[in-house]
Design a protein around this ligand. Structure first.
Ligand SMILES: NC(=O)c1ccc[n+]([C@@H]2O[C@H](COP(=O)([O-])OP(=O)(O)OC[C@H]3O[C@@H](n4cnc5c(N)ncnc54)[C@H](O)[C@@H]3O)[C@@H](O)[C@H]2O)c1
Ligand SMILES: [Zn+2]
Length: 387
């Protein structure tokens, strides 16, 4: 080596997660204020994408948005018409959906100063986010998550990904949104299944980071099950806070190491989602994945039987089914197919096989010495107890 040019690039990123209600109401000025705070130029251009499931349940939404932009035309310019994007996992799996998003960004002549407004569930936000990250090497993304899971987890972080080769998030990118607006109005139309599914991520955040939040979830479980607004609002906000704390202070926002500290229960969850051909919702799969890793934490004598029972009991009270037939599926050699999830989880990041287990309620730890035999036993014991 004769010469070297050393480079050291330092960045600081800022983005805020706002909580509002009915942001496209003509008298609600939150959105225009947020956009103007990010970019004070006279007129900002906006390209809008909406989850089809949201459009079907909020029949006046498109007209409301068009009226909103008409009212604020002195400061906001809407590019083209809002594009309806299929919601759910299909949009991450079907290449033509991504193509349609690129097409609109092209037709809109969106540039790096344009705000891409993505309104929808986690899957749709992932897909639009990935398109925004890769168009012109990155267009500004303003997310408006519309499910519990998207408001407390998927929509507030710095990742976007789509599925290929039967692997979740095989293609993806890190993208820092310019802002996130959690609008409580959207949650009212969620199916019971999706109201509940997102609560799994709150249980996860509590289990690995915050025992007081776990106790709060235990005490408020009845209000959460019937989706009482105050309880739901606090659950989403605290979960989002814990998630953001990890991203901003955890020291590895772009996951360059071997661990994914926020992904407790996720090695099994991702595998179960693909094995069930996405019949399982992400949150439902996370609940099962957490039950497995909680059982493993008990079987490896990290947590007490009492804590194990508290955790399983909370998830059952939240009405999560903690078993699925895919947990019993074996390959030709008689090995549980689900266990492949551990290696696939590692392949996503590289480095050592790492999963998160519990040392106590509120304290998640990453481990590398995973006993496959013990994990198989833990899955079997769990099935025995919850079936
Ligand atoms: N990027 C990340 O960091 C990250 C983190 C966690 C999860 N995820 C991803 O998020 C996805 C799951 O997201 P999800 O749980 O929000 O589900 P989802 O996006 O699959 O949406 C579920 C269903 O709800 C519909 N829907 C959305 N908003 C609605 C509303 N307000 N009213 C009625 N129906 C509505 C959708 O059309 C869809 O049919 C998974 O693909 C998961 O991998 C991403
Ligand atoms: Zn998750």
């Amino acid at each position: 080596m004769n010469e070297v040019i050393q480079n050291n690039i330092k960045f600081e990123f800022f983005y805020d997660v706002y909580f509002s209600k009915d942001i496209f109401h003509p008298e609600n000025s939150d959105l225009i204020n947020i956009i103007s705070k990010i970019d004070s130029k006279e007129i900002n251009t906006v390209s809008i994408f909406i989850d089809q499931g949201v459009i079907e349940n909020h029949l006046d939404l498109v007209d409301k948005i068009l009226y909103y932009f008409k009212m604020h035309r002195a400061k906001l310019k809407l590019l083209g018409s809002p594009l309806s994007v299929p919601g759910g996992e299909v949009c991450k799996t079907n290449v033509s959906v991504l193509e349609g998003i690129y097409q609109k960004l092209h037709d809109d002549r969106a540039d790096r100063h344009t705000f891409v407004l993505a309104i929808g569930g986690g899957a749709m936000l992932d897909t639009v986010g990935y398109a925004a990250a890769t168009t012109h090497r990155g267009i500004r993304l303003l997310r408006i998550p519309t499910t519990v899971l998207a408001q407390n987890d998927a929509g507030i972080g710095v990742k976007a990904g789509v599925n290929r080769f039967g692997i979740k998030n095989f293609i993806g990118s890190f993208i820092i949104p310019c802002a996130v607006v959690n609008d409580a109005l959207f949650l009212s139309t969620l199916s019971d299944r999706d109201k509940k599914s997102g609560m799994a991520e709150a249980v996860k955040a509590a289990l690995i980071r915050d025992d007081v939040f776990f106790e709060w979830l235990e005490s408020n479980v009845e209000d959460l099950v019937c989706f009482k607004e105050d309880a739901v609002r606090y659950m989403i906000k605290r979960c989002a806070e814990l998630h953001l704390l990890q991203i901003t202070t955890g020291g590895d926002p772009f996951e360059t190491g071997s661990n994914r500290p926020l992904d407790f229960g996720h090695w099994a969850a991702h595998k179960l989602e693909t094995m069930s051909e996405y019949e399982l919702r992400h949150g439902e799969a996370v609940a099962i994945g957490m039950a497995i890793d909680t059982r493993y934490s008990l079987d490896t004598r990290r947590i007490t039987r009492i804590d194990y029972e508290r955790i399983i009991s909370l998830m059952m009270k939240l009405d999560f089914k903690l078993e699925h037939q895919a947990m019993k599926q074996r390959n030709e050699s008689g090995v549980l197919v689900l266990l492949d999830g551990i290696d696939e989880f590692r392949e996503h990041l590289g480095g050592e096989s790492t999963i998160t287990v519990l040392d106590s309620i509120g304290s998640g730890v990453e481990i590398n010495d995973i006993s496959i035999n013990m994990m198989e036993q833990s899955i079997s014991s769990l099935l025995h107890e919850v079936q």
